[in-house]
Design a protein around this ligand. Sequence first.
Ligand SMILES: [Zn+2]
Length: 554
Amino acid sequence: MPRACCAFLFFFITLASLPTSLTSQIQRQNSRAKLDLLIRGGQVLDGTGADPVQTDVGVRDDRIVFVGDSAKAHVEAARVIDAAGLVVSPGFIDPHTHADADLLDPMRHSNLNYLMQGVTTVVVGNDGGGTPHPAKVFETWQKQGIGTNAAILVGHGAVRREVLGNNDVQPTPEQLDKMRALVRGAMDEGAIGFSTGLFYVPGSFAKTEEVIELSKAAAEKRGYYDSHMRDESAYSIGVLGSIAETIRIGREAHIPVHISHIKALGPQVWGKSADAIAMIKKAQAEGITVTADQYPYEASGTSLDAALIPHDVQILPPDQLVTLATSKEQRAKVLNEIGENLEHRGGAERLLFTSKEAAELHGRTLAQVALQRKQSPIEAALDLFVEARQKKRAGSLAVASFNMSEQDIENFMRQEWVMTGSDGSPGHPRKYGTFPRKIRTYVLDKKVITLPFAIHSSSGLTAQTLHLDGRGLLRSGYFADIIAFDPKTIADQATYDDPEVLAAGIKYVLVNGKLAVDGGKFTNVFAGRALKSAHQQPLPDLPVPFWEIAALDF
Ligand SMILES: [Zn+2]
């Protein structure tokens, strides 16, 4: 049967069996067959991991309505982008950012550092920090506009702080109920999942059982569990103990679990990626959904406090901190613990101060700063922490912590359940370079993974894991979050010395069908939307694929 006939038959059957609203939608499409935008002749990677196909992608309003040979189908568009030599793919989705403040900042709400990496959707609220009251944030986003789409995780730390303060205490049953209600409330307002930062104060004070109970509240609403685990190194329960804890939470709360920025942190656990992967695969075989994200850098970004200072010291009020700094006995005990923690981090040469807030530290390692202060690195760390608290300059002690082995990074990256996530934070180049770096360094230079897999792990896999329906693939009917980049020039340009340099090679970025980057330049268009949890909104209304009716029109 000729193709046109097939299409006619399809059209006829479809019309006959569809409700009138959809019928009129098809008629509307027929009467206005011209597209808004056609991206022609690129190497199209659709986000599923399939090989590239040279073809065309058409957009109308906020949707992809055509994927195929536009010349054959006589498709016309108001604007045609010649994508010859470019790779066309779904916009990237970043499951772990710290863009919370940027998206509310009138100077930074474009999320330009992400747009120029090809990222069209970011998740905020990670590491346990996400607000229990997302509706207010959604409102502000809507009012002032955001450059990328964004979704929110409700954070365990924020929930705990609201009920229990920043303290090392356990909740009563009533307090646990209050925390549960906060998680439920946030999910009802549109949070897509529940995040924890069990390494950080106050999440570190929670027992696993508390986390399981609260995760159940998120699971009721199709949420997932996202964790900066209790220990990525050998601080307390160890990296493998933390993976076991995360899997237990998945099993007992019946919730998909996602490990943030998976790594083996510090020389003491280098090589453990193999055991970690084996544990995760075993849990997956048991039926538990376990996924992870990763940034392609050997340094993590954190603070001197989190890296070295014991948890009970971090929460001391300022007057007690002064006593601590001067009392010989107390000081000796704390210095001892800091010494152990410094070993987990691989030594003082591996901690680089990155905050411009502290010009006297910026660009120096802890070893260099200690030498200058004529102190041991351990003493310098404690005194710097106390001084920063007294001056109320918490952000001044941001550090890049060089603690990963290349072999572990590559081992994790090859796993089919590991996606790209920037964990973008000030002072670390990952905030500006993660996605292009994965392609430049690990696909094109080192050939650790293939390009289709790199794209899949930055789009389709992430959308599926986060339940972002209608996104992450180049499919007719999906939202038009699309990028086109030049494989010859795509690269990260941010470095540890100069971490705020935009990435290169991303030529076009469409967010919900609008061009946010055109010819490599930001268009000043804020087309991002708040992506709210799928449980509370019907699946997106996917129009009848344009190409199936195109044959009738032309
Ligand atoms: Zn984290």
